[in-house]
Design a protein around this ligand. Structure first.
Ligand SMILES: Nc1ncnc2c1ncn2[C@@H]1O[C@H](COP(=O)(O)OP(=O)(O)O)[C@@H](O)[C@H]1O
Ligand SMILES: [Mg+2]
Length: 491
């Protein structure tokens, strides 16, 4: 009994301490932001610097204009998509639940409206995302391909269509995480041999045939050296994704160029929670496919490439962290010329750091528009606020010549905005700080709720009868293929 009283007393005491701590935190944060406003307001009088303050965060004006990303609380007007140059890549950083997917739906709809095909990576593999993209594609009259373990459309992805042997080998090698250089070299050599052989004999080139041939190696020692590769390929072929790559002829299935040529869209559902490394590996395979596609369309001028270049595509990497590889920066650097625009969505900067410590800065410098939603990590807040002030403090000098701005001369940009770091942790759901490199600008946006657009608000119930039938068929199909895969594979 005494123990219980003691416990109650200490619980009450810790509640009081928590409340006091929160009060002190709020007071200190408010004071900091208020003093910051005073300092920056005084700066604004002298230096043309305008600060973004709590008033901008507390302004809850919303936009319902579907041609706008949202309402700019700093400019006190709608921020139209046409005012954002999304062609030079976009990065959205935000804690879970604060509106990354909502921003992505806004941009996807805007791309479709502007006749840009969309490829959407969804590492959650959620049915809701398939249906949202499907509603948008239907509304804007686009065909949609689905690569997802939950959905059976009959379309298979042909990984190796259009790739030479070196690219085919690289596609597999880059998607696998190699710990040991020796086994890596051995596996690469074995892959070269097998892929060359398949091509010389005019056989079907697929993961399944490569696996079959590697598995036929009779020398026990040689086979042991490529055991990691074999097990990786088995993981893919025997997973629910396996059938989506299992082509029966070299002409079967689509690749990125086919999607683009048709002006179609592609949803790639990779349930990294359900399939872990396999889903991540497949994500990397698609990333490499995009890289090779962008290389191919620029390699030579011919009628096919000219046609492809007239069909721009946008690629949305939701939860990029789960499939990020160093090659990503190659893709970002090169694909703009190939008329591919990239939207990356990440929860925290640690997702990028986990791949390489240099990648963060490269991705930042390489994204014209950076949307920052609520941030909790002090390290991230520090990096982001430094990035904001670096962008805001670069004083471009311009002169106007015949009405056109020149990057020379003495006229400074009219306004620069600055922002106190603690404001990142105060952003509300659906709100973001938008940093643009060009035109240089820092803004606070209340992002429009994507489901208010005509295409999404008039969509059918969350799952239509057809969707349900399709999904049920898929599940049944799985069950039957899963039972027979092991037998069918090598027969
Ligand atoms: N701009 C917005 N306006 C209104 N509600 C929003 C907005 N953005 C997000 N939300 C709300 O927050 C929820 C989570 O948003 P979501 O975009 O899925 O976040 P994330 O992808 O970052 O986890 C949405 O279902 C919606 O209820
Ligand atoms: Mg999301």
């Amino acid at each position: 009994m005494k123990d219980k009283e003691k416990n109650d007393q200490s619980n009450a005491a810790s509640d009081i301490i928590d409340i006091l701590a929160e009060l002190i935190y709020t007071l200190v944060a408010d004071t900091l932001v208020f003093s910051w406003k005073l300092i920056s307001d005084s700066l604004s009088n002298n230096d043309g610097v305008k600060s973004l303050s709590l008033d901008n965060i507390n302004d809850s004006t919303q936009s319902i204009n579907s041609l706008a990303l949202g309402y700019s609380t700093s400019q006190k007007k709608d921020l139209l998509f046409s005012d954002i140059d999304t062609g030079r890549h976009n990065l959205v950083v935000g804690a879970s639940g604060f509106g990354k997917t909502t921003i992505s739906e806004n941009f996807i709809e805007n791309d479709l409206r502007n006749h840009i095909s969309v490829i959407s990576f969804d590492p959650k593999g959620s049915t809701e995302s398939i249906i949202t993209l499907n509603s948008l594609c239907e509304f804007y009259g686009r065909k949609m391909y689905v690569f997802s373990e939950h959905y059976h459309t009959g379309d298979k992805f042909n990984l190796f269509k259009g790739l030479d042997t070196t690219q085919a080998v690289a596609l597999i090698m880059r998607s696998f995480k190699w710990e040991n250089g020796f086994y890596k070299t051995k596996s690469e050599t074995a892959l070269y041999q097998v892929i060359r052989e398949v091509r010389e004999r005019d056989e079907v080139l697929s993961f399944h045939t490569i696996l079959k041939k590697l598995d036929e190696e009779e020398d026990k020692k040689s086979k042991e050296m490529i055991a990691g590769l074999i097990s990786y390929l088995q993981g893919i072929c025997f997973s629910s994704f396996g059938r989506l790559f299992d082509i029966k002829s070299n002409d079967e299935g689509y690749n990125i160029s086919d999607i683009r040529g048709e002006g179609a869209c592609l949803y790639i559902g990779l349930s990294t929670q359900g399939y872990g490394d396999i889903a991540k590996g497949i994500g990397k395979i698609f990333l490499c496919s995009l890289l090779f596609h962008s290389y191919e369309v620029l390699k030579e001028r011919n009628s096919l490439n000219d046609k492809l270049l007239t069909n721009p595509i946008s690629v949305h990497f939701d939860e990029l962290g789960s499939i990020l590889v160093e090659d990503f920066i190659d893709l970002k650097n090169k694909c703009r010329e190939a008329k591919i625009r990239i939207y990356s969505y990440i929860q925290s900067l640690a997702d990028i750091d986990a791949v390489s410590p240099f990648l963060k800065r490269q991705i930042f410098e390489n994204s014209n528009n950076i949307f920052i939603q609520k941030q909790c990590s002090p390290d991230d807040v520090d990096f982001l606020s430094k990035s904001v002030s670096t962008i805001a403090s670069k004083k471009l000098t311009k002169i106007i010549e015949n009405g056109v701005e020149q990057n020379l001369g003495t006229t400074r940009e009219a306004f620069q905005y600055v922002l106190h770091p603690s404001m990142f942790s105060r952003l509300k759901i659906g709100q973001c700080v938008l940093i643009r490199h060009d035109p240089k600008c820092v803004d606070i946006i209340n992002v429009r709720y994507s489901k208010t657009s005509e295409a999404l608000s008039t969509r059918k119930a969350p799952l239509t009868i057809n969707d349900r039938v399709l999904i049920r068929e898929t599940v049944d199909l799985y069950k039957s293929t899963q039972k027979t895969t092991n037998i069918d594979m090598f027969s």
